[in-house]
Ligand binder design. Sequence first.
Ligand code: PMP
Length: 399
Amino acid sequence: MAKLSSRITSITSGGSDGWEVFYRARTMIAAGEDVTELTIGEHDVRTDDSILDAMHHSARGGHTGYALVPGVQALRQAVADRIQTRTGVPTGPENVMITPGGQSALFSAHMAVCAPGDTALFVDPYYATYPGTIRATSATPVSIQTRASDAFLPSAKEITKAAQTHNARSLLINSPNNPTGSVYPRENLEAIAQACVENDLWLISDEVYDTQIWQGEHISPRALPGMSDRTLVVGSLSKSHAMTGSRIGWIVGPKDAIQCLIDLATSTTYGVPGYIQDASLFALQQGDALEEKVAAPFRRRRALILDVLAEQNTVTAIPANGAMYTMLDIRATGLSGFDFAQALLTEHKIAVMPGESFGTSAAGHIRVALTVDDAKLSVSVRTLCQFAQKLAQDRTHAS
Ligand code: PMP
């Protein structure tokens, strides 16, 4: 084979990708074993029938040709209205481009603000695709480390330090956060915004979990002073409407940036299928009720997990104020998140993600996805805690 570009061969950094537990669980399931999977963020319900009906209706009505590249006007308008209502920032369709999912929006946003070789900052622990997405744009990813004791919130001081050291162009944040479940509070976002202004950084704000808030409020940093001209918001219907497979999302930002992003879409995706966009418009028109219906099981299960954790004191939770995950601290066992997850899978056939899969800041933690039914989740987390307790006791006796 002729040589491939260094850009594409370096998207993943090679070596262990931290997903061994996940793949092992999948192999066990394929071999017929009864494994409880608390690994990935996929809802345990499918897209609502009413949305599928709208999709069918649109496709049968003929909306199967090329759709407008930036998105159909009515959907751009609906996204703009939704954002303006929720944030107060004046937003029109010219501020919105429809994308095939939040993932494509993340890539496009970095393409828009980083030239090859520029540094793009992101926060560790991070959603698994982040560094690869940045490398795919030929920018250089540099992580900002965080600490469990700060609920994994990034410090403005460290952002400034990294921005100055690397002459960075952008910062990517994600609240509510995957994998930690943290919701960035206002003071933290204000400090981050100030660091962006002072260091002339673009802020790429991944808000795909904005409808999954269990405590506190979702604040979009685009609404903070001085930020609407330097923020690109990434949104999606994947999580809010259980539409992961429909690949539908958006970027919201300054009109001139959106114009350039439309040029990028014209030469890459050439838009999103019209019937998916029509179904998405229908979904948004249903308002909060449908979003709450999709979010409700996660709200309930997060409370369930906290109840189970209250029965013991070996495993503790990072305040999981949003998103469909809870990050648990298992350092009392003396094991790494990776070794704990492997042992839990071997002993109890429960699969969770090691914190180390998401960078280095969440070492000694595991992420539990709230994506199985309530009873199964309670039993699994109780088993997990008992397993951790036993490991912690064995460790005390051994020392
Ligand atoms: N950002 C985060 C933090 C995510 O967890 C995900 C999906 N798991 C995405 C973006 C991408 O979502 P999608 O492309 O399905 O909209």
